[in-house]
Write a protein that binds this ligand. Structure first.
Ligand code: NAP
Length: 278
């Protein structure tokens, strides 16, 4: 049976470290989370983020805008948050309603307050390996590997998914740790065989239980980023956990794996951003 990489337990340790630093340095740190519309899942994510902030001694500012908000109205709020010295990080919860220009919104965030690295310049910094604010989900995965003492250097790493917020930065962070990285997507030929070559397999697809045991090399480390609902409406990942845990060397559960680590990295990035703002 695989070793379970427990994101809940690890994220608690990390949040404890962040809280200790904030208390020791007597810092005032603030994170603004902007929600547009009434997507139920987004409301739950925002509630979790508020709780994480409270746990760490970070002040959270929640801005809930109606679903018919225009891009101009959202940009005006971002301008106010950029100017507010009490706000060290700004996160715009996705998905946004279709009338909003997501790129314009991301690019309007002060680069020093871009705590999930959505801006193109911050993405570029991640690509060249000179970044202070990594994308939260890939950073959470890397932290999990580091603290579990799973070495990346020289390993075959396969990332399934090429989104700008997960797949691509994930591949970059693995590459910076000297993994040999392959990125797969919906047009990859022989996906099963490519996945089976992985020592470290990261699934960021968004399809329930897509990665079955025949995609996984025995002993591989399997990181499940996906958040889906199965046919019974229960939360599950992209990996068929019950089957894959029998052959993997290590595996993250869903829930309780990458999700809490992502949120821990958001508060950590907010603290880092506070330091960058002087
Ligand atoms: P996304 O933007 O929809 O990207 C999904 C990727 O999966 C795309 O690159 C797509 O390929 C690829 N894909 C889809 N079907 C495939 C198939 N049959 N075979 C191979 N590749 C396939 O999603 P995302 O934002 O990256 O998120 C991915 C998942 O992670 C979602 O379940 C999301 O909810 C979850 N997520 C979790 C966290 C967390 O903290 N745990 C954070 C963010 C996201 P193409 O590019 O070719 O379309």
């Amino acid at each position: 049976m695989a070793r379970i990489l427990d994101g809940n337990a690890l994220s608690k340790i990390i949040k404890g470290e962040i809280k200790a630093e904030i208390l020791r340095e007597k810092l005032q740190v603030g994170l603004a989370v902007v929600l547009v519309g009434d997507d139920p899942a987004s409301h739950i994510y925002v509630k979790h983020k508020k709780n994480d902030c409270a746990e760490c001694g970070i002040v959270s500012y929640e801005h809930v805008l109606p679903g018919d908000t225009t891009t101009e109205q959202l940009l005006a709020l971002i301008d106010r948050l950029n100017a507010n010295k009490d706000v060290n990080g700004i996160l715009i919860q996705q998905p946004l309603p279709p009338q909003i220009d997501l790129t314009a919104a991301n690019e309007r965030i002060d680069p020093l307050k871009d705590v999930d690295a959505f801006r193109a310049d911050n993405v570029g910094r991640i690509t060249i390996g000179e970044y202070a604010l990594p994308s939260c989900t890939p950073a959470g995965v890397m932290e999990m590997l580091r603290r579990a003492e799973i070495a990346v250097a020289g390993k075959n790493c396969v990332v399934v998914g090429r989104s700008n917020i997960v797949g691509k930065p994930m591949a970059m962070l693995l590459l910076h740790e000297h993994g040999t990285v392959t990125i797969c997507h919906s047009r990859t030929a022989n996906l099963r065989e490519v996945c089976k070559s992985a020592d470290i397999l990261v699934a960021a697809i968004g399809r329930a239980n897509f990665i079955t045991a025949d995609f996984v090399k025995p002993g591989a480390v399997v990181i499940d980023v996906g958040i889906n609902k199965n046919e019974q409406g229960k939360l599950c990942g992209d990996v068929d956990f019950a089957a894959v845990e029998k052959i993997a060397g290590a595996i993250t559960p869903v829930p309780g794996g990458v999700g809490p680590m992502t949120r821990a990295m958001l508060v950590r990035n907010t603290l880092t951003a506070r330091g960058m703002q002087g």
